[in-house]
Design a protein around this ligand. Structure first.
Ligand code: ATP
Length: 459
């Protein structure tokens, strides 16, 4: 299965080959830790985000949505502690001129001798480590003057805290309730690499769940379970997921307890999502800095308190990467190797490919009609260029669960072949039945997809 064959290099090259995700600014030689998403990448990413919204606001009624600004008042970051404390320790090497994360030296390569870690060769000359703030700074207005400095948000969470009072006013909720948001965050990360695992700009899916203080531990437990379940519902194998609790030194300045959901990426177990008990840190800080009361007043009991916050904070890119790594498979078929992304059909960028077996004899016209029949109902793609084998291969590599082939028999009896991505089994279906047959299979709930393989199906 996938763990035997997948490597980060294979994922990177498949993503580039099929136009899912590729380096940004490539015509200028690229820009560090920055990637663009092409057509299939955009669709896959959108499906991940939709699944998250579904879990947050579709499947429950105690969470509301928000879309707050990327650039907020600069006092935000003083209050949140990011200006003073959101730093990485960095060292410079005077010999090779490179800069490294002091806490990642064992994962990095020396600038002169890549087989060694920085500091390991006699020539290496590392400085003392210095703290370096990860926030990108910019200016409002045409000139840089006092008070004009602002920051690109390094997390979406703070916008939620700033709007707590406003949302409480119109959402007619009382704790426990949550505010969820998806959006871009920015961090001036200097540790290179690992594809989209660590990028300068990335999308986060964050939810702040406000609870009465004495209920915080049980809600933390609740969200740990919910979030791991969500990944398994996306089809990610349970034995590739684990929860890891932070020890005291690792905890962020705001957190009293954090556990990471980790995925077994080809680079080893790494963070997919952090689930923190932020206590009342953020609301208290913003109340102090803004002078606004950020608390909940229960008119029934007369009780007034600052809610505690449980925060599941996930990365879209890291989820996309986990989905790709988990789905990647290679198998021997007909004397050749077939690469296939066995991803959950609900996540697949394209649900069905409509392919005339040859591009003559009226087959393209008939296939176009089939495509028109399906495309209003599901993300469909029509493709008539090249051999049928190559076209299947392309669809397998982007994880398309169904291939519909129009052949000469179609002209005689109005049936087409439906090919299953995982089992490679083919069945004939009458064209008018296609929307119901495919729609029924795609509409299945978020259960784990079948991971059947063509050889098992044949057995
Ligand atoms: P790491 O320790 O890997 O730097 P973090 O603990 O700083 O991550 P959080 O602040 O908890 O990350 O952010 C929540 C989530 O946002 C992470 O679990 C991850 O999925 C995502 N994320 C954070 N930083 C990045 C980044 N530079 N690139 C891509 N995703 C990121």
């Amino acid at each position: 299965m996938a763990e035997d064959v997948v490597t980060m290099d294979k994922i990177v090259s498949l993503c580039k080959r099929r136009g899912l995700i590729f380096p940004a600014s490539e015509i200028y030689g690229g820009i560090a830790n920055t990637y663009d998403y092409g057509h299939y990448g955009v669709l896959l990413k959108r499906n991940v985000i939709d699944a998250w919204w579904q879990a947050m606001i579709g499947d429950r009624d105690d969470i509301v949505a928000l879309d707050s600004a990327i650039i907020q008042h600069p006092r935000t970051w003083e209050a949140s502690g990011h200006l003073a404390g959101f730093t990485d320790p960095l060292v410079d090497c005077k010999a090779c001129g490179l800069r490294f994360r002091a806490d990642h030296l064992q994962e990095l390569s020396c600038g002169r001798k890549p087989s060694k870690h920085p500091g390991e060769t006699p020539e290496c000359d590392l400085t003392e480590s210095r703290e370096f703030n990860l926030m990108f700074e910019t200016t409002i207005g045409p000139v840089k003057e006092a008070g004009s400095t602002v920051y690109l948000r390094p997390e979406t969470a703070q916008g939620i805290f700033l709007d707590f009072k406003t949302v409480l006013g119109f959402a007619r909720r009382k704790p426990p309730f949550g505010i969820a948001q998806v959006g871009k965050s920015f961090r001036n990360e200097i540790t290179p690499g690992n594809f989209i695992f660590r990028t300068l700009e990335f999308e986060q899916m964050e939810m702040e769940f406000f609870v009465p203080p004495d209920e915080a531990p049980q809600w933390h437990e609740h969200w740990l379970k919910e979030r791991v379940d969500w990944y398994t519902r996306l089809g990610i194998r349970a034995d590739h997921l684990r929860l890891r609790a932070h020890d005291a030194e690792e905890l962020s300045h705001y957190s009293s307890a954090t556990s990471d959901v980790e995925y077994l990426y080809p680079i080893g177990w790494s963070e997919l999502e952090g689930i923190a008990n932020r206590g009342d840190f953020d609301l208290t800080q913003h109340a102090k800095y803004s002078g606004e009361k950020l608390e909940y007043f229960d008119t029934a009991s007369g009780e007034r308190y600052v809610p505690y916050v449980i925060e599941p904070a996930a990365g879209v890119g890291r989820t996309v990467l986990a989905v790709l790594c988990d789905a990647y498979d290679e198998e021997e078929v007909g004397g050749g190797t077939r690469t296939v992304l066995r991803m959950h059909p609900r996540l697949a960028p394209i649900k069905v490919a409509v392919l005339p077996v040859v591009s003559k004899d009226g087959l393209p016209e008939r296939a176009r009609e089939v495509f028109d029949l399906l495309r209003g109902q599901m993300q469909a793609e029509y493709d008539e260029g090249g051999s049928i084998g190559k076209r299947y291969r392309r669809q397998d590599e982007i994880g398309t669960p169904f291939g519909v082939t129009v052949d000469h028999q179609t002209l005689e009896d109005g049936t087409v072949t439906v090919r299953d991505r995982d089992t490679l089994q083919q069945e004939r279906v009458a064209i008018p039945d296609l929307p119901a047959v495919l729609g029924g299979r795609l509409a299945s709930p978020w259960e784990s997809p079948k991971l059947a393989r063509s050889d098992e199906a044949a057995a």
